[in-house]
Structures are given as C-alpha cells and as structure tokens.
Design a binder for this molecule. Structure first.
Ligand SMILES: *[C@@H]1O[C@H](CO)[C@@H](O)[C@H](O)[C@H]1NC(C)=O
Length: 393
C-alpha cells in the first residue's frame, strides 16, 4: 500500500502538467479555435495565401485484399497518413492546462481533397465522418483516413505463373492546384506489422515518388507483387505437361487398331479445355500473350498434325501389299529392320513380289517409331524452353 501511494505521488509529480488539464480547458480551447477565431474550414490554412501548403503523404498498408487479373484491378486495404500545418489552429499549451493536442472530426477542419487518381470505382471522399484529425498545439495536423483502395493495375501475364506485377497508386489533390498545395511523399509505404497475407501474391517491394507538373503535384506509391506459383503449377502447368506426354505416346498405339484417332482427338480436346481455363483466368489482351498459352497452342498444333498423320497412315496401312511402298517409307523400314526377324511366311510372300521385301504395315510401324522419337524430343525441347523463359523472370 505504501509503495503504491508513493508511485501515484511520483507519477502526479512527473506528469502533473499533462494530466492537469480539465474538460473546461478543452472546451475553452475549442471555443477559442473554432468560435472566437471564427475558423472557416473553406479557407486554406495559410496566413499568407501566396505560400502553398505542404502536404506529406504516406501510405500504411494493411494488406492486399485481391487482384483481379481479368479487370486488371488491385484492391489494397490501408490508410493514408496526411500531414500538414494549419496555421490557423495553434495555441499555447500552458494557457489550456498543458493541453498539447486535440482530436477533431475530419469534416470540420480544412483538409485537402486528396483522392486516388487511377481509382477503379467512382471518386469517393477519403476517410469518413467518424474519423478525427489529430491537431497539436503548433497547428500540425495528422489525418489518417482508412480506405479500401481499388486501383487500376496493368497486369502483364506473359510469365504466368511466375509473373511479377508492378502496381501504382497515384494520389492527387483533385481541385487544388500546384500553387495551393504541394504533395510530398512522407515515409513512403509502410507495411503494418500484422500485414494480412494474400494466398496468391507476395509483396516483394514498395516505393514512392513525388511527381510534379505545371498544374498539379501528386504522389505515386508503387507496390511490386510476385505470384506464388504453387497453385497454378498444380492446377494448370502439371496437367498440361502430362497431357503433352500423352500426346507423344499416340505413336505407340498401332494405327490399324483404329483406336488411335479417337485417342489423339481426346487429348486434343483436353488441351482446348485447358486453353479455355487458362485464358479465363488471365486478362484478355492482344499485346502480351502468356507463354503458357503459346505452349498450349504449340501442343494443339502438334496434336492436329498427329491427327492428320494418323489419318493418312490408317489409309496406307490397309493398302494391299501388292502396291509398291513409298520410297521414303522404305528407307525408314529398312533402317529399322535390321534388328527384326520376320516370320518365314511373310518373307516368302514378299519375295515373290519384289526384292525390297517391305510390307506397308512394316513401313508404317517404322514411321511411327521414328515419329515417336521426334515428338518426344520436341516435347522435351519445347517444355524446357517454355519453362526456362517463364521461370527466368
Ligand atoms: C506574402 O508573401 C509574399 C511573398 O513572399 C510577399 O511578397 C507578401 O508581401 C506577403 N504578404 C503578406 C500579407 O505578408
């Protein structure tokens, strides 16, 4: 008990000047500032109106709530911290019981009409009625309007899903010219300690810049974000690569069974489905084409080629063995033949016909084998190239 009362005494002694202010002091100050001085919130708070007001703008980011790739929209949650000096709102603390700062509703003091220039939805007032500004005895005002900012962000999906996007937020004083106010970046973008993480995007870096032209000054905040690729790899990239492998194995199905065309058409359709899915989740743009779309297009083209080749092959495989085998096919067949032992009867049959002794079926099988290796190498090559280009970013 003894020590606590000592502590209270000590605190009263140390902070006496701060806590000695009364409600009457606050009320007197309000009356002095806003009634006696006849404060008008429409007047720019500079005693000499030839001087502009300097506004320091910083951005405190709570997190990214979402990125809409189709609409090219970035949604961020946070608050701006705008500071300026209101020369008409200053007092001497000692006259008001040591009162060093007051809070006042944002709608009742002069404030700049700062807004997001590259906003996505209609122009809105920053903050809201219940937000107060903090005014200290030297007239230094801090306004912290909280807002969910929806800004336009150009999405470049070339390197999807390893893409990195740079999004800008431009803040400008809508109707105040450069002669009235100067916007300056304060401490840039500050990420709050308990930053909300986003499932798909990581914030890589942030920066800020003062921009100025003849008519207006503005502050640009930049957020660089990187996609976390795991989701897209598991759901788009791996299935597409597996499908491509299936396409290559078309040539291991004998063409005379008639299964092959059905098989390759199915693979072709699956590619078309994936192309639709990918394109539905990326912005529709003719300026940049995602590498993954190009990759799918290449695989679809190869699929088409395989269908055509299979159709022609299935026609030839049913040709009578009395027809002479095409010379190019013949070379393939003879190359492959060395290792193969032919049934006795077949050799006899073809010996009667001519000395090369290659049947159509044999020739087609040899061609399939060759095409299989061609397709496999092309698959490996195109996949490696695509992955390395997309991943190099
Ligand atoms: C305001 O500032 C300008 C520029 O310094 C000066 O010429 C002018 O006299 C000042 N006006 C008043 C009323 O002090």
């Amino acid at each position: 008990m003894f020590s606590i009362s000592w502590l209270i005494l000590l605190l009263t002694f140390l902070f006496g000047s701060v806590i000695s202010q009364t409600n009457v002091d606050v009320q007197t100050l309000y009356t002095h500032l806003f009634t006696t001085n006849n404060y008008n919130k429409l007047v720019r708070p500079s005693r000499n109106q030839s001087y502009p007001n300097y506004l320091y703008v910083s951005f405190n980011l709570y997190g990214i709530s979402g990125i809409d790739e189709i609409q090219q929209k970035l949604t961020t949650t946070g608050y701006l911290e705008i500071e300026w000096v209101d020369e008409l709102l200053s007092w001497t603390p000692s006259q008001y019981g040591g009162l060093s700062y007051i809070l006042y509703p944002q709608g009742d003091v002069w404030k700049p009409d700062i807004s997001l220039q590259n906003g996505f939805s209609k122009l809105e007032d920053l903050g809201s009625k219940f937000i107060s500004v903090n005014i200290d005895s030297s007239g230094h005002v801090i306004w912290r309007p909280f807002h969910v900012f929806e800004s336009k962000c150009d999405i470049d999906s070339t390197y999807f899903p390893f893409d990195r996007q740079t999004c800008h937020l431009y803040f400008v004083a809508r109707s105040l010219s450069e002669r009235d106010v100067r916007l300056k970046r304060g401490s840039g973008i500050e990420l709050v300690d308990d930053l909300q993480s986003h499932g798909e995007w990581n914030i890589v870096s942030t920066s800020s810049l003062n921009l100025r032209n003849q008519y207006e000054t503005k502050v640009r905040f930049t957020i660089v974000i990187q996609r976390k690729p795991l989701y897209a790899i598991m759901n788009y990239i791996l299935p597409i690569i597996l499908l491509s492998i299936l396409g290559v194995f078309t040539f291991t199905i004998p063409v005379d069974t008639g299964e092959r065309i059905g098989y390759v058409i199915t693979v072709w359709l699956a590619f078309a489905v994936f192309l639709t899915i990918i394109n539905d989740s990326l912005p529709k743009s003719s300026e940049t084409i995602p590498i993954v779309s190009i990759y799918i297009m290449i695989q679809i083209s190869i699929g088409t080629l395989i269908v055509i080749i299979s159709a022609i092959e299935s026609r030839f495989v049913h040709l009578s063995d009395h027809e002479p085998v095409n010379t190019i096919l013949l070379t393939f067949a003879q190359k492959c033949r060395k290792r193969r032992v032919q049934p006795e009867t077949e050799i006899k049959k073809c010996m009667e016909r001519d000395e090369t002794c290659v049947t159509w079926k044999e020739a087609i099988t040899a061609l399939d084998k060759f095409l299989f290796w061609i397709c496999l190498s092309f698959f490996v090559f195109s996949t490696m190239i695509s992955l390395s280009i997309a991943g190099s970013k």
